[in-house]
Design a protein around this ligand. Structure first.
Ligand SMILES: Nc1ncnc2c1ncn2[C@@H]1O[C@H](COP(=O)(O)OP(=O)(O)OP(=O)(O)O)[C@@H](O)[C@H]1O
Length: 265
């Protein structure tokens, strides 16, 4: 078994029966100019296997959110390629990216981002209304049941606990059966019990429902729910770990913090 961080192509490949849900190659994203220039992504490459829960970890400022936002078509890149299924995202116009997000991508944010004036049901079905689609009733019922929201559908966000609000946000992200769900610190505002319930659901959504999920997290416990963890350092994917446990994630993080592992980059 090798635990040495590596930047070879094999570190970003993961075997899967289905074609990858997304593939990012050589992403470069620069913010600012001159003295204030920051290379948030500096050649990041990543394959996201379909039907898996992939966690993205890395030190603060390593580019995790930027990687997620660019892969989700929220933000353009300066260089590189992003394929979502057969679609090259980087050459789409802003309008086309908006449509892509609406039709094929689900989002879960740390801050839930629910619409305060809408009920839980209306929040969950909002992406369908925006896309002009009708609800798949069986799928809606399945999501609501698995997430334990059946008796909360007429409540507004202020009438729900943090855990319930985040479950509404997760149902909203999955209601369109998107090709991929991006979750940025989805358990960041939850206590550990609600956080673990949510992670168990994301794991189940991938394992049983075949949903592809990419989750940014700082938390080794959250990462241990993933099928695979990829580690970002200085804007590049430098290592990955299949079948992570809290211990193996902590060990790998400690290795990546060693100056030697970052030398020559
Ligand atoms: N809009 C922006 N303008 C300028 N710099 C930015 C912008 N967004 C991100 N950055 C910089 O890009 C780098 C990567 O930021 P990013 O938020 O992707 O990192 P992160 O790994 O998600 O960090 P954290 O774990 O702290 O949330 C950081 O140095 C950040 O300051």
């Amino acid at each position: 078994m090798t635990t040495t961080p590596t930047t070879t192509a094999s570190s970003i490949e993961a075997p899967t029966m289905r074609p990858p849900a997304a593939t990012a190659t050589g992403l470069v994203k620069v913010y600012g100019r001159g003295d204030t220039e920051v290379r948030a992504l500096d050649g990041a490459s990543l394959v996201v296997p379909a039907g898996q829960l992939t966690a993205i970890m890395g030190p603060s400022g390593s580019g995790k959110s930027t990687l997620m936002q660019t892969m989700a078509g929220l933000d353009p890149v300066d260089q590189g390629s992003i394929r979502l299924g057969d679609t090259e995202v980087t050459t789409l116009s802003e309008k086309q990216r908006t449509l892509l997000r609406r039709e094929r991508i689900g989002f879960v944010f740390q801050s839930f981002n629910l619409v305060p004036s809408l009920t839980a049901r209306e929040n969950i079905t909002l992406p369908l209304r925006l896309a002009g689609r009708s609800a798949d009733t069986a799928w809606f019922e399945e999501l609501v049941t698995i997430l334990g929201l059946g008796d909360r559908l007429t409540h507004r966000p202020t009438e729900l606990s943090g855990g319930q609000q985040q479950r509404v946000a997760v149902a909203r992200a999955l209601v369109t059966r998107p090709d991929i769900v991006f979750a940025d610190e989805p358990t960041g505002n939850l206590d550990s019990r609600h956080g673990q319930a949510l992670l168990a659901f994301l794991q189940r959504a991938a394992g049983e429902l075949g949903q592809t999920v990419v989750m940014v997290t700082h938390d080794p416990t959250a990462a241990s729910y993933a099928d695979r963890v990829v580690f970002l350092v200085d804007g590049r994917v430098v290592s990955d770990l299949a079948g992570p446990t809290v211990t193996t994630v902590l060990t790998r993080m400690a290795e990546l913090e060693q100056p030697a592992s970052r030398a020559g980059r």
